[in-house]
Design a protein around this ligand. Structure first.
Ligand SMILES: [Zn+2]
Ligand SMILES: [Zn+2]
Length: 319
């Protein structure tokens, strides 16, 4: 890729760390919007290498990250402060070239200083901002029992934020044992293997279910199985990205009879500042979530492996 030349309002970042995300696998599989050819990579941090004429706030050498979501500011949804539904939505690494390259161009209004947050941790600001947005959409009540399904990086961020939001119990279900051990060290109170015995055990421990159940798998069959775990009056947060054309069967009588709430959470909306503050304060552990460091050259194979379901945890491309 040629080194991008900044437009008047653009900042060029020299990328130092970039996270590989489930969304990249969906893009790779052609299951997401955006068009090829495309350089993916929407979770990143780096150093400003050059700026456009009208950029005053940033200078070369600044340590920064960027919100990849670019809203137009003038459509109906933007005018109503619902920028994540922008009708002219663009996103770095999704609809325009992203950070799996040495340099990436971003509009100045999307750039945030990261001060002394290490680059590898700053690459988590975007996914953390998404999880912050999800927990703002469906905040567990104080003293709640929360069930997180899927202990990947996103699930483990939900565990930590649910704990901060005042959950009394946080149960985690996953099919693999290693992420469950990690979940325990990050504040989960009940870590259960997602098997019929495991689920039976969990059912005995929480006979009335959970105030909040969060899907972090993006697997339709898993989402379909979750409503019975939601306590009457409780909430199911559909956070994982299911394939666009998937469907699930739910029992509408159950939703009616038990006052259930089903909530979606798309991307993020102005939650970069919260995510940056949380990392700066050191109250969210993202370092433990890094399972693999890749060189840029290894990215194509890693994305293919990831899309095939062979890579677990968070892979970071480090430059
Ligand atoms: Zn992502
Ligand atoms: Zn808009």
């Amino acid at each position: 890729m040629p080194v991008p030349v900044p437009k008047d309002d653009e900042v060029i970042l020299e990328v130092k760390a970039a996270g590989l995300c489930g969304t990249d696998a969906h893009i790779y599989a052609g299951e997401y919007f955006g068009q090829f050819p495309l350089v993916p990579g929407h979770e990143f941090a780096g150093v400003v290498s050059s700026v456009g004429k009208s950029v005053k706030r940033f200078h070369s050498g600044d340590r920064v990250t960027a919100d990849p979501n670019i809203a137009c500011g003038y459509c109906t949804f933007c005018q109503e402060s619902m920028e994540n539904f922008c009708e002219n939505f663009q996103a770095v690494g999704v609809t325009r070239h992203g950070a799996f390259a040495q340099y990436v161009a971003v509009p100045q209004q999307n750039v945030f200083p990261i001060d002394d947050i290490p680059f590898e941790e700053a690459a988590f600001i975007e996914p953390l901002a998404c999880v912050v947005y999800g927990q703002k959409r469906a905040r567990p009540p104080l003293g709640a029992n929360v069930l997180v399904v899927g202990a990947g990086a996103i699930g483990l961020l939900h565990v930590q934020l649910a704990r901060m939001n005042g959950a009394a119990s946080i149960a985690v279900l996953d099919t693999a044992p290693e992420p469950l051990t990690l979940a325990k060290s990050l504040g989960a109170t009940h870590c259960v293997e997602n098997s019929s015995e495991g689920r039976e055990l969990l059912g005995k421990e929480f006979p009335q279910g959970f105030h909040m159940v969060i899907d972090c798998t993006g697997i339709p069959a898993v989402v379909e199985s979750l409503l019975p775990w939601v306590r009457s009056g409780g909430t199911l947060l559909v956070f994982g990205v299911c394939p666009q054309d998937s469907t699930i069967a739910v029992n509408p009588y159950e939703i009616f009879r038990r006052d259930l709430t089903i909530i979606g959470s798309f991307a993020l909306k102005k939650t970069f500042p919260e995510a940056i503050s949380l990392l700066q304060a050191g109250v969210i552990d993202v370092k433990s979530l890094i399972s693999r460091r890749l060189t840029l050259e290894a990215v194509p194979d890693a994305v293919a492996d990831f899309a095939a379901g062979h890579l677990k945890g968070k892979s970071l491309v480090v430059f």
